[in-house]
Design a protein around this ligand. Structure first.
Ligand SMILES: Cc1cc2nc3c(=O)[nH]c(=O)nc-3n(C[C@H](O)[C@H](O)[C@H](O)COP(=O)(O)OP(=O)(O)OC[C@H]3O[C@@H](n4cnc5c(N)ncnc54)[C@H](O)[C@@H]3O)c2cc1C
Length: 413
């Protein structure tokens, strides 16, 4: 009777997500011949399919590697070197060679020209077929062991076993991959959600739901740590969301968790104007719009009417007061509300289009060039299983392409 030990594969990849596929493909393209991807579900690459609202924000148009690395709240340092070896340009060339054209949008996000994530899935699946990479679905790996001859034996919940020279774990944020890594002595940085919006306690903001605003400056001080971000926000019925908020919460993910998602958010609603200009404009308005009420005439038209009204209510101003009668104290309150309003954060709001988890295998336990375990030669890692996460905008997939390529290339060496 044939035994599992009769055939030794070159590489077993645990997890059929983008990182696992890309690592397998990189290894196959560099001559590794017997590769199997073991995927727990019946639908590999499922996250790619649902990503970017079904369009797959595949990477970000950023060709400066240092600037690119600054979009990773965790992993920034180690990714800089990695991006010099496999950059955004390399991603674009790799997919273009396979016939998948990628286009960018004005904010730098890049998508397949078809605007369909299924094009990315099809491209990865057909590349696997073309290079002889075998995918075994419904194969939940629950045991991994190193043999005395340095090969690995991988066992699945369905009873099947495989022997391989090398193993790559690319199980994303799933706890089972972390347990497998732990069995080789790896520590796990506890998982923490990233990229979420913020619930703000009972404010007028919720009445402005749906309003997008640009050039808004946000800041938070959590236990002495300062976090700042500027850009577009969207007011929602629970508080505040939008790219600047998601970026802020990504960088503050761990601090916010340790503060049980309670803190204060400071907002400068007019961050593109100089403070002196704002003061002067408010003062001039007393004369220019003397007979008009505060509600009727707003000095900064970049502020939507509903937001202006909300800010007036926030400082308890009588909205039918005429500009000529505005007390000096209220003028100062208005200036402060426009440039440094503070709102109570009452919790974590819903996630944006992307959902990623911070935490995972500490980078110090992995050879940064080869993505090989420092504790177990022949064991490699890629993707979200590592303690790396990016902000919203295609950075998380770029990490999958880069880490997958680095690991696959090292495996082939
Ligand atoms: C709704 C949503 C939208 C997103 N949109 C974007 C976007 O547009 N752009 C972007 O850059 N990022 C996006 N992200 C983030 C991105 O999807 C992840 O960063 C990325 O999928 C991580 O890839 P991965 O291969 O490391 O892990 P995963 O994609 O999670 O793949 C891991 C695979 O391993 C399998 N697996 C787990 N445990 C086992 C086991 N024990 N045995 C066998 N198989 C196992 C899982 O079933 C899974 O298929 C989005 C995330 C979500 C949830």
């Amino acid at each position: 009777m044939p035994s599992v030990f009769d055939h030794c594969h070159d590489l077993l990849v645990v997890g059929g997500g983008p990182a696992g596929y890309f690592a397998a493909l990189a290894a196959a393209e560099k001559g590794v011949s017997s590769i199997i991807i073991l995927e727990a579900t019946s639908s590999p690459l499922n996250k790619v399919l649902i990503s970017g609202g079904g369009r797959c924000n595949i990477t970000h148009e950023c060709f400066d590697n240092r600037e690119l690395s600054e979009n990773y709240p965790r992993g920034q340092q180690s990714l800089l070197g990695a991006f010099y070896r496999f950059s955004v340009s390399d991603t674009l060339s790799w997919f273009s060679d396979k016939g998948l054209e990628i286009v960018s949008e004005s904010d730098g996000r890049m998508f397949p020209i078809s605007n369909k994530s299924s094009s990315v899935v099809d491209c990865l699946k057909s590349s696997a077929k073309a290079t002889g990479v075998v995918v075994r679905k419904k194969s939940v790996v629950n045991h991994l062991q190193k043999l005395s001859n340095n090969n690995f034996i991988v066992t699945c919940r369905n009873g099947s076993s495989y022997v391989s020279q090398k193993v790559l774990l690319a199980t994303g944020a799933h706890p089972s991959g972390r347990l497998l890594a732990k069995s080789f002595g790896h520590n796990i940085t506890p998982p923490v959600p990233s990229l979420f919006s913020l619930d703000l306690e009972g404010t007028w903001l919720t009445e402005c739901s749906g309003i997008p605003m640009d050039n808004i400056h946000l800041s938070m001080n959590i236990n002495g740590q300062q976090f700042k971000e500027s850009g577009r926000v969207i007011l929602t019925h629970w508080g505040i969301s939008g790219p600047a908020v998601l970026r802020l919460t990504a960088f503050a993910a761990c601090a916010l968790k340790s503060a049980s998602y309670r803190s204060r958010l400071r907002v400068n609603w007019l961050s593109n104007f100089d403070a002196n200009y704002i003061k002067k404009t408010l003062n001039q308005f007393r004369y220019q719009s003397a007979s008009k009420t505060l509600l009727q005439s707003r000095p900064f038209t970049t502020l939507p009417k509903r937001v202006w009204r909300g800010l007036l209510l926030q400082i308890r101003a009588n909205t039918s007061l005429r500009w000529a009668d505005l007390p000096v104290r209220l003028e100062l309150d208005l200036f402060n509300a426009l440039t440094a309003s503070e709102y109570e954060i009452s919790g974590r709001g819903p996630f944006g289009e992307e959902f990623v988890t911070a935490g995972g295998i500490p980078l110090a336990e992995v050879d940064a060039r080869r993505l090989e375990s420092r504790f177990c030669p022949g064991l490699y890692f890629a993707g979200e299983l590592l303690n790396v996460d990016g902000v919203t905008g295609g950075f998380n997939f770029q990490h999958c392409w880069t880490s997958g390529w680095l690991a696959g290339t090292a495996i082939a060496e």
